[in-house]
Design a protein around this ligand. Structure first.
Ligand code: GTP
Ligand code: MG
Length: 619
């Protein structure tokens, strides 16, 4: 028998990056009296892992739940909330968690209006037939233009093929920071209109509690006490703590296990319960080898739910065992077995990531949705104590059915000042970008829309920010596969490379500095073949940066003794990855990252380069 769970709502919060999702969740948690009177809530409490806090972005989708009284009837209703990441590289995460909910809050920044990722998440929500509430957030911004934002959002619904019912969406205006909402741009003091709109417009789950159990594992989490736990919505039936479960894996294999620990979400915590029924989102710990996409079912009648589909990876790089002279000095885990286990484990919960073994037992091919997706994995592993090397990211090509080479393309949205447009247009032209649109904004900035091959955009971000003096804004989103568009010149600069192992000296570095930009200062241990800077020359430059000044009896002028160096360019992990060229690797350890030539010995490298040039000139 089908029951309507009027006591429950399941929603996800989706938006473009930084439009205020996690901040709005804070507001909702605060106002549902989750916290004791004197308890302090940290800002963006759902961004709970270190990397999220450092980077100020959400990386993983996370569940929480609040209970609010229905403002009209007084009935207590539980709302399961899923906070999602807004960055395009984590779109797979959003797409997947939408499986758990009946509706979404689509946040749109009142000043910025809909952005590329707004379109992506809205498209997915509409395809899944979810009810959408539009929340126009950041109403306090001086440049807020809610009417324009609303019009553009409505156009987006129509363009994406919303049904009449979907296009007739409820609208809430909000300031997530102060926790205010309203049905018009006049905000009320709290989020009551938001809560009321959720209860009125997001359908309560309609489920069959007496049917055989079915649950699709949509997310995995980790708990210090109980280890890995699986998260999903009970599609049909109910679960009793400790009961036998059939786990149906991707291959269709059925194994019977026990639901040893059963939780539901309540405020910021998971609460252990004896029983949960269809419609509810639960977490189950103690299942061996569980993976996202598995179905947990009644052992008597195990029937799998459709597996989760997410978009395919577009960018890949190799992860290689560390072979630098410093290997084994700084990391705890570094063997090919360590790497293999760690990477294969990652695939279980990072569903848009792929890991493939290669012919070389120390090399793994890791594919993801973008540079940031891969950089976050690298940073996470480094913090866990792993050391390894990675190669320059490359776009993943495909063959069309009739044998044509296809490559991924991205749509770019750029805002930049009028005086830097020329430079940006030139940079994108050399990367085979095609301009789709150019609009002059009233504030003397220009909005550019481009279509460009992913291949040309790898390593573009840093150059773009430098060219626009950090003022330019760039957003990209995967567009699709299209025919290969020709050769693109790679990095225009070359590397300054250490000549021998040793400790860098002022004297040696001064020499190198005259030829380019340095990545490190004096007193740093280096090895032969390590990259220590960048030069504008066409070829790499090998410099003895450990050279000591010979002491002579002759008194030299003070100027000569005192060597002043400019501050070296300190690269972030993302920048170091962007910098890499084909014949370089990035050595990553818990303590350092170092760019190195693949071939460390300069003589050997020279011979190989010469040979390559000969072959090129012959052909
Ligand atoms: N002025 C103003 N700023 C806001 C508002 N809501 C959020 N912000 C700010 O916007 C920034 C991003 O907020 P988040 O809540 O992290 O945004 P998000 O959508 O969760 O971001 P991702 O998860 O990384 O996609 C933070 O600096 C917030 O303080 C608002 O209503 N008004
Ligand atoms: Mg967030």
């Amino acid at each position: 028998m089908i029951t309507t769970r009027t006591d429950l709502r399941n929603i996800a919060i989706v938006a473009h990056v930084d439009h205020g999702k996690t901040t709005l969740v804070d507001g909702m948690l605060r106002q549902s009296r989750v916290f004791r009177e004197n308890q302090q809530l940290v800002d963006r409490v759902m961004d709970s892992n270190d990397l999220e806090r450092e980077r100020g972005i959400t990386i993983l989708a996370k569940n929480t739940a609040i209970t609010v009284p229905d403002p009209d009837t007084g009935q207590l209703v539980k709302i399961n909330l899923v906070d999602t990441p807004g960055h395009a590289d984590f779109g797979g995460e959003v797409e997947r968690v939408m499986n758990m909910v009946d509706g979404v809050l689509l946040l749109v920044d009142a000043a910025e209006g809909p952005m590329p990722q707004t379109r992506f998440v809205l498209k997915k929500a509409l395809e899944m037939g979810l009810r959408v509430i539009v929340v126009i957030n950041k109403m306090d911004r001086k440049d807020a233009d809610p009417d324009r934002t609303l019009n553009l959002t409505f156009d987006l619904f129509i363009e994406l093929g919303a049904t009449d019912h979907q296009a007739d969406f409820p609208i809430i205006y909000a300031n997530a920071i102060t926790g205010q909402s309203g049905m018009t741009s006049e905000l009320e003091p709290d989020l009551r209109s938001l809560f009321r709109t959720i209860l009125r417009h997001i359908p309560a789950p309609e489920v069959d509690i007496d049917a055989p159990l079915q649950l699709l594992v949509t997310n995995l989490g980790y708990d210090d006490y109980r280890g890995v736990y699986a998260v999903g919505r009970i599609h049909a039936g109910s679960i009793q703590s400790g009961q036998a479960l059939a786990r149906i894996s991707a291959s269709g294999l059925v194994t019977v296990e026990r639901a040893r620990y059963l939780y539901i979400y309540q405020n910021l915590e998971k609460t252990e319960v004896e029983k949960a029924e269809a419609g509810e989102i639960v977490a189950i710990a103690g299942l061996e080898g569980i993976a996202i996409g598995d179905t947990l079912a009644d052992p008597e009648q195990p029937v799998a739910l459709p597996r989760i589909k997410v978009e395919e990876p577009t960018v890949r790089m190799t992860f290689v065992v560390n072979t630098s002279p410093f290997s084994g000095k700084e990391g705890r885990w570094g063997t090919s077995r360590n790497l293999r286990e760690r990477l294969l484990n990652e695939v279980r919960n990072n569903v848009s990531l792929r890991v493939a073994e290669t012919e070389a037992s120390d090399t793994f091919l890791v594919s993801g949705r973008g540079e940031l997706h891969l950089a976050i994995l690298i940073e996470t592993m480094r913090r866990e104590g792993y050391e390894f090397q990675v190669s320059k990211p490359e776009a993943i090509m495909h063959d069309s059915p009739d044998g044509e080479l296809l490559e991924p393309f991205e749509e770019l949205h750029i805002d930049t000042s009028a005086d830097t447009v020329g430079m940006v247009v030139e940079m994108l032209g050399s990367r085979r970008g095609k301009m789709l649109d150019m609009i002059n904004n009233p504030d003397n900035t220009v909005h550019l829309t481009y279509l460009a091959p992913t291949r040309g955009l790898l390593g573009f971000r840093y150059q773009f920010l430098t060219a626009t003096r950090g003022m330019g804004v760039i957003n990209t989103i995967f567009h699709g596969y299209m025919p290969f568009c020709g050769i693109i010149q790679s990095r225009a600069t070359s590397s300054i490379v250490a000549f021998e192992a040793g400790i860098t000296t002022n004297f040696g570095l001064k020499n190198a500095e005259e030829r380019g930009t340095l990545f490190l200062g004096p007193g740093i241990e280096v090895y032969e073949g390590m990259v220590i800077g960048e030069t504008q020359r066409p070829d790499d430059l090998v410099v003895n940066v450990c050279k000591k000044k010979h002491l002579t009896n002759m008194r030299s002028s003070n100027k000569d003794i005192e060597v002043r160096l400019t501050t070296p360019r300190n690269m972030s992990l993302d920048e170091a990855i962007e910098y890499l060229s084909d014949d370089e690797l990035l050595e990553v350890t818990p303590l350092n990252y170092r760019i190195r030539k693949r071939i460390l010995n300069s003589e050997e490298r020279g011979k190989l380069n010469k040979k390559a040039k000969e072959i090129l000139s012959e052909s």
